[in-house]
Design a protein around this ligand. Sequence first.
Ligand code: KIV
Length: 258
Amino acid sequence: MINKIKKIILKKNKSKIICLTSYSKNFASIIDKHSDIILVGDSLGSVLYNHNTTRKVTLNNMIEHSKSVRMGVNKSLMVVDMPFESYRNKIEALKNARKIIKATKCDAIKLEGGYKIKEIIKHLVKNKIFVMGHLGVLPQSISEKFKSKGKFKNERNKLIKDAKLLESLGVFSIVLECIHSNTAKIITNSIKIPTIGIGSSSNCDGQVLVTDDLIGLNETKIKFVKKFVNIRKVIEIGIKKYKSEVIRRKYPSKKYSY
Ligand code: KIV
């Protein structure tokens, strides 16, 4: 596992890091061939359960989906989001991180925040938990969504300070969510660990997207989401063919019967 982490860090300034979300085995087994990191994101709350906030995602939700994902991951680094209120203090954080890792055999966990959670991150790293940081828009902390961060001096300086702090605490990479391009560039150039951007321009060492968004399965209109394929159409074609063959008694033919 430590080799997988080292490999990710060594990619900085060499080649882009590909990170994608997965919430289940079948998706993970496809993504695994093309991704460096598979993230079981708490975005599953909105994507799968229709929650209007990731705050409603439970530890159990994360563990059950991650167990499924684990079965599809072979080579990628598997990171699991710690859900809201599962890391309110360092004791709780360590207990829950260990619970997630034990149940899912994931390689690392991700937490949202900078200075505010510094003692928690310090404690996790001290106890040999691999931690990915997350700065910028922090979905677990806000109600309004996807307003970019770091355009102005104060916010920019705070983000840079937080990124440097996370690096000094020992996180192995940091997700930068919806951070202004120039600030993302400054952060990426100021730290030795990789930054993984989402809505933070190409000035990051890697990129992450919610897979369901980029394939058009989850219908969303977020500015930074590009729909690379419309998988809903492909699924519909298959379903319509099935329906038509059942109605016309073409399926199941002898070939598909006992
Ligand atoms: O929950 C999630 O999927 C995430 C990524 C979008 C970074 O945190």
